[in-house]
Ligand binder design. Structure first.
Ligand code: MEV
Length: 448
């Protein structure tokens, strides 16, 4: 019988596994290889070759997650020479896409002599909500909130104490009537300052305390004509439109020079048009913003921050007026080319993985142990730089020339070229766009 067929039958008869989390790492791999990988001998080797010899370090990584069987490497690279608000910064980036760090470096070099990147923090407020249901009169909810608000806030004092000492804590608390959006739906909408922490734990703990106090006070209030309000859930929001950093670059048109055979004026004109297209056309906007996230995610991951939270928040922000749009803006004003963006970035430089993962810790050291605000600025620069580099190529040579040059390294690896062959093929393809079939043919010619 064909191997695939045996495999399909195995999967069909497979029983659910119980107590999987209690198995040792080796036992988990045994189970995996037997049940999912058709007893493939090399699978075990592939998994175990990524184990770290330093058992303490391995235990640390295993502790980050559950049911771990190995480690998953990401390249950790450096993009030096970023001039940010007059200071030179080397940006650590963890990313697997071959052209991203090169693109960052290219943008850094371009703007180094043209004033560099400028940043401004527009706000650092984060949001959390207690979601409630009440089916009586909304005036009763208002009366209840007036009755309970002081004690709701008072009950947070202990939880807020150490954050308050650092200059943060809960900033505002409001009852919001959302019954027009959903029958019976209200929320306690809270805003927070969390200083250098991303703040997820602090915000969620605070919200859960609010919910507990809310339930207690609701049981003491006799003005409800319907069942007492019900707490559905309490959770922070990853939508952070008030935790925003502005990043910009600008220079006189005649400082742009000629780019890939295109005059500065023509380059600026096409660049602005490209951004305008991404502002009105969602299909383009998604790819445009994806390129921005190549830079943002790389810094977010390198510094041990939560890239899923950042991704969700940034894309929601891109659609804040009801249509998904470009996050960046570009214009020419008084012979000056201006390119900028507002990015909502809830980041932390203390707590969470930032101090636990040795490489995140090191990434933050490379950035000279920044405050959360400074990290927001650096991350925003990485995002704007990526978008600049992508559009720089797109409106001149096209993306493939540069992209494929970087991709060539991976392709040569994949077709099994030796180091000497790689050198020769890199030279042969210096001015050509490589494809797998063309490379394989060239390799055959070389070998014959
Ligand atoms: C590829 O990862 C990112 C780009 O597609 C972004 C863009 O098109 O602007 C090059």
């Amino acid at each position: 019988m064909h191997n695939d067929c045996i495999f399909a039958i195995q999967l069909y008869f497979m029983q659910p596994v119980t107590g999987f989390s209690k198995l040792s790492k080796s036992q988990k791999i045994d189970w995996l290889v037997t049940n999912h990988l058709n007893d493939n001998a090399t699978a075990r080797e592939t998994l175990t070759q990524y184990w770290n010899e330093d058992q303490k370090l391995q235990d640390l990584h295993d502790g980050f997650s559950e049911n771990t069987v190995t480690n998953y490497y990401f390249p950790f690279g450096l993009a030096p020479n970023f001039k940010i608000d007059g200071q030179l910064v080397t940006i650590p980036m963890a990313i697997e896409e071959s052209s991203v760090v090169a693109a960052a470096s290219k943008a850094a070099k371009f703007w180094m002599d043209r004033g560099g990147f400028k940043t401004v923090i527009k706000g650092t407020k984060k949001v959390g909500q207690v979601h409630l249901m009440y089916h009586g009169l909304s005036s009763e909810m208002d009366a209840f909130y007036a009755f309970a608000k002081a004690e709701l806030l008072q009950s947070l004092e202990q939880i807020n104490a150490s954050m308050k000492k650092r200059g943060g804590g809960i900033v505002s608390l409001d009852l919001i009537d959302k019954t027009k959006n959903l029958k019976g739906y209200y929320q306690l909408h809270a805003t927070f300052e969390t200083k250098d922490a991303m703040g997820a734990n602090f915000i969620n703990t605070t919200l859960e305390q609010l919910a507990t106090t809310f339930r207690l006070k609701a049981s003491q209030f006799d003005g409800f004509s319907s069942d007492v309000p019900e707490v559905i859930m309490s959770i922070l929001s990853n939508y952070v439109p008030e935790c925003v950093v502005n990043v910009s670059v600008s220079c006189k048109i005649d400082e742009i020079g000629t780019i890939n055979g295109v005059t500065g004026k023509e380059f600026a004109r096409k660049f602005v048009q490209a951004v305008d297209i991404a502002t009105v056309e969602p299909y383009r906007a998604v790819t445009h913003n994806k390129g921005i996230m190549n830079g943002i995610d790389a810094v977010v991951i390198a510094t041990g921050n939560d890239f899923r939270a950042v991704e969700a928040g940034v894309h929601a922000y891109a659609a804040r007026d009801g249509q998904y749009r470009s996050l960046t803006k570009a214009r020419v004003e008084n012979d000056t080319f201006i390119f900028e963006a507002d990015f909502p970035l809830a980041l932390g430089t203390v707590g969470g993985l930032t101090s636990l993962h040795p490489l995140s810790k090191l990434a933050l050291q490379i950035l000279e142990n920044p405050s959360a605000e400074h990290l927001m600025k650096v991350t925003a620069v990485a995002g704007l730089a990526q978008n600049f580099a992508a559009l720089h190529s797109l409106v001149t040579t096209g993306i493939q020339a540069g992209h494929m040059k970087m991709h060539l390294v991976n392709m040569l690896e994949q077709i099994g070229a030796t180091d000497v062959e790689k050198d020769l093929l890199r030279k042969e393809y210096a001015d050509k766009t490589p494809s797998f079939s063309a490379l394989r043919e060239s390799l055959l010619v070389l070998r014959s």
